[in-house]
Structure formats: structure tokens, C-alpha cells
Design a protein around this ligand. Structure first.
Ligand SMILES: Cc1cc2nc3c(=O)[nH]c(=O)nc-3n(C[C@H](O)[C@H](O)[C@H](O)COP(=O)(O)OP(=O)(O)OC[C@H]3O[C@@H](n4cnc5c(N)ncnc54)[C@H](O)[C@@H]3O)c2cc1C
Length: 416
């Protein structure tokens, strides 16, 4: 390390997907570094938990989206994590609910809306995604429900430009042992200080002072990876203040999406990998994945305002809501066969305050602002710091590599 008087060359704030990726990159290049993590565990919004069925479930990220170009795929293979390469069936749900004619109608409506989004994204002015729904359209509530799962927010909160910039290769795989477990295994030997909450980052002097609940640490550069909601709430205060960063983060709020896992006893429904809508005529509905990996469970997904309400009411309310919707699909007999396994509450989680970022209308370019280095020694990384892969664990990884490389380049003269 350079003889700078600072404790570390680089301090990384947070040990989620971005934090561990940055820390790994820096350690690999012999940079004196440490990740400071508020929780007592690795992974942040990547969190795999065991269940009484002996099967692990992901409370946060689960799908290796764009798995064919996703850096976590190679890491999974290197670490010997088995991958389930069965592609999700996110399109057949209308046929199952309403039959083939309705499915054709749905597909036509979806194609028309996609075309409208593509056209709108080329206009100079951004707009909220709900403005392009056909007035009185049969599927408008379902489009809104899907937005709550995909974006954590209803369409009226979603920037059309941001939505259209998102790119996905369509290859979505899963690690059987869990995405959270994968990220933790990758990070197992990294220098991480747990149970340490960063409260303030003073970058007014020659060394940056990171003030935590367990004392101060100094560094030549800092990479901050906490969620946009925490940045916008100024859960970490910067001195001097960084209004441009705080305002960009506020333009990219994390919506809320949550999961609930229910054990499914007995035989049937026999379909596996199927994703069903609780309803197709309301945005206040869940999405239900039947027997993921063939396991005897149903994975339930809630987003937006419904999810915020259910997480506040607690796991029992979430389970009751899901069981009502599942009984609406399969009949009341199934109720007694469902039992609670696990659930998440990311919106009220003090170290996340939401699930994944989504640009508000007019704020798609805030992603570029968030990625701007501050005085070449303070860098923001994390899932929101991506133009076209945002909201994902691999965006978090890639943003962290960029930040770590920038930090190393900035420190290079002093470190050589
Ligand atoms: C329900 C749900 C489903 C999802 N599904 C998928 C999916 O299928 N595929 C996918 O790719 N992505 C998915 N995601 C998104 C993915 O989980 C996130 O994009 C990614 O994990 C974010 O990583 P990050 O490092 O940017 O942030 P985080 O994981 O939030 O990491 C930030 C870290 O900073 C810590 N921290 C916060 N404040 C402080 C502080 N003051 N001091 C010290 N440490 C602090 C936090 O504890 C956390 O560990 C999902 C997320 C959720 C919630």
C-alpha cells in the first residue's frame, strides 16, 4: 500500500453482489482493501435461506438473467454450483387461465404495447409507462401487475426510456443451491467487517474518513454500493454533501418486490416450472411458480403497493393472501396442503429499503449521473449503476468492476 497514512487504499461500503465483486477485484490486484457490511452476513439482496423441506430458497435474486453473458454463470461453474437451465415459462399463463382465444388476444395486446414503447422511447420527452396502455384495454391491469413484479412498481412510476434500455438475452438460469449461496461462496475469503454500519463519509481531507458505529476507518478511495433508497434517504451522510448523487439516487428508487415460499404437500398440481397469475383482472395480485425445480413448493411473488402492504402486515397476512389466490386457481382443497416456509420483506429492511431500482419518468439518465466518479476517489456502484442490465445481480457485479478499476487507476501513481 502507498505510504499515505490511510488505513486502506480502498474501503468498499456494503458486501452485496457489487461490494464483494469490487472487493474481489481489488484483492486480486493486491490493493489493500476491506468491505464494511452492516449485516452479519454476505450478499445483501442476494440471500438464500434453508427450508424445512431441505431445499434452499432465494429471498432475493434467484435468476441468473442473461445467463449466457452473466459473469456469475462462469463463477457458478468454477465453484461447482449446479445450474438449472430450464427456461422460465413466463408466457403461457393466459392460456391456462382463459384458453387459447384469450391467449391470442393477450399476445396481440402485448405486441402492440411493446411497439408503442419502442416508438415512445425514440421521442425526445420521456413519459410514464402507463400512458401507453390502450384506454379501457382488457389486459391493462395485468400489464400493471407484471410491472409490479418486474420493476417493483406500477407502470405509472416507470420511465419508458429506462424500460426500453433494459436488455436481456432471454436466457434465464438458476443455481440449485441458490444465487445468494453462490455469491456468498464467491466471497467467503474476502476481508469483510460485519455488523458495522457506515454513518458518514467525510471526503474533505486528504484521506477519506469513513465513520461507522464501531469507529472510524480511513481510506484513499471509497466505493459505495448501498441501495438507491438508502442513498436518497441520506442514510449515509457525505461531507461535503453530494446533492447530485443523492438527487440521481432519488430518481432511481428501489421498488418493492417480495417472495413467499409455501410447502405443497400431497399430489398435484403436477405441472412444474409453471408461473400463474393470481388473477388477470387486477394489479393487486401475485405470481405463483408451481413446483420450482420440481420441488414440493409454490414460490409466490408480489410487487408494488400490494407487496408494501403485505410486508407491513407480516408473513401470516402474506401467506393468507397467497393461499386465497392459489385456492382461486386450484380450488379450496389445496388450502390444507399449503404451509409457510419463508418470506421476505425488502421494503422495510433497514439495509435495503427496497428490492431493485427503476427510473421514475424523466429520470433514465440519472443512472449515468450515479456512475460519475466524485473527485476520482469516491465511486458509486451497485445494481442501479447500469444503463441496460440494471436491477440485477450481474449489473451489480459489472458496475463494481468498473468502480474498482477506476479506483485502481486513480490510485496508481500513489501505489507505484
Ligand atoms: C425479491 C427480489 C428478487 C430479485 N430477483 C432477482 C433475480 O432473479 N435476478 C437478479 O439478477 N436480480 C434479482 N434481484 C435483484 C438483486 O438481488 C439485486 O440487484 C442485487 O442483489 C443488488 O446488489 P447490490 O450489491 O447492488 O446491493 P445490495 O445487495 O443491497 O448490497 C448493498 C450492501 O450494503 C449493505 N449496507 C447498507 N447500508 C449500509 C451501511 N450504512 N453500512 C454498511 N453496509 C451497508 C447492505 O446490507 C448490503 O449488504 C432481486 C431482488 C429482490 C429483492
Amino acid at each position: 500500500m502507498a505510504d499515505s497514512g490511510a488505513d486502506f487504499d480502498v474501503v468498499v461500503v456494503g458486501a452485496g453482489a457489487a461490494g464483494v465483486a469490487a472487493c474481489h477485484r481489488l484483492v486480486t490486484h493486491n490493493v489493500k482493501t476491506i468491505a464494511i457490511e452492516a449485516r452479519d452476513r454476505l450478499g445483501g439482496r442476494a440471500h438464500t435461506v434453508p427450508t424445512v423441506l431441505g431445499k434452499p430458497v432465494d429471498l432475493g435474486c434467484e435468476w441468473l438473467h442473461s445467463a449466457d453473458i452473466n459473469p456469475w454463470t462462469g463463477i457458478a461453474e468454477e465453484l461447482g454450483f449446479a445450474l438449472d437451465k430450464h427456461l422460465p415459462d413466463w408466457t403461457s399463463r393466459i392460456a391456462i387461465h382463459h384458453g387459447d382465444a384469450a391467449n391470442d388476444d393477450w399476445n396481440a395486446a402485448r405486441d402492440a404495447l411493446e411497439e408503442a414503447y419502442e416508438r415512445a422511447a425514440t421521442l425526445p420527452e420521456d413519459m410514464p409507462a402507463d400512458q401507453l396502455l390502450p384506454p379501457g384495454g382488457r389486459w391493462n391491469n395485468l400489464f400493471d401487475a407484471i410491472s409490479t413484479w418486474a420493476n417493483g412498481a406500477e407502470l405509472r412510476y416507470v420511465s419508458v426510456k429506462d424500460r426500453q434500455r433494459y436488455d436481456n438475452t432471454g436466457v434465464n438460469w438458476r443455481a440449485l443451491a441458490g444465487y445468494g449461496a453462490l455469491i456468498s461462496a464467491f466471497s467467503a475469503k474476502l476481508p469483510v467487517r460485519f455488523n458495522t454500519v457506515v454513518e458518514r463519509i467525510d471526503h474533505s481531507g486528504p484521506a477519506i474518513r469513513i465513520v461507522t458505529n464501531r469507529g472510524d476507518i480511513t481510506a484513499r478511495a471509497v466505493i459505495v454500493t448501498v441501495s438507491t433508497n438508502l442513498l436518497a434517504e441520506e442514510a449515509i451522510r457525505f461531507a461535503p454533501a453530494l446533492p447530485r448523487i443523492v438527487s440521481a439516487a432519488a430518481g432511481l428508487p428501489c421498488g418493492v418486490a417480495n417472495k413467499l415460499f409455501l410447502g405443497l404437500a400431497g399430489a398435484g398440481p403436477s405441472e412444474t416450472y409453471l408461473h400463474l397469475n393470481g388473477r388477470t383482472d387486477s394489479a393487486q395480485t401475485g405470481n405463483y411458480q408451481i413446483r420450482p425445480h420440481g420441488w414440493p413448493m409454490i414460490s409466490c411473488y408480489f410487487g408494488g403497493h400490494l407487496s408494501m402492504r403485505l410486508e407491513k402486515e407480516g408473513p401470516a397476512a402474506m401467506a393468507a393472501f397467497a393461499i386465497d389466490e392459489i385456492a382461486g386457481i386450484y380450488g379450496n382443497e389445496i388450502r390444507k396442503r399449503l404451509n409457510f416456509l419463508a418470506s421476505s420483506a425488502w421494503g422495510i429492511d433497514p439495509y435495503a429499503r427496497g428490492s431493485y431500482s427503476c427510473a421514475l419518468p424523466g429520470h433514465a439518465d440519472d443512472r449515468s449521473i450515479l456512475m460519475e466518479p466524485v473527485n476520482d476517489r469516491l465511486f458509486i456502484a451497485g445494481e442501479a449503476c447500469s444503463i441496460d442490465q440494471f436491477g440485477t445481480a450481474h449489473a451489480a457485479y459489472e458496475s463494481a468492476i468498473i468502480a474498482a478499476d477506476r479506483a485502481m487507476a486513480a490510485l496508481a501513481p500513489a501505489r507505484n
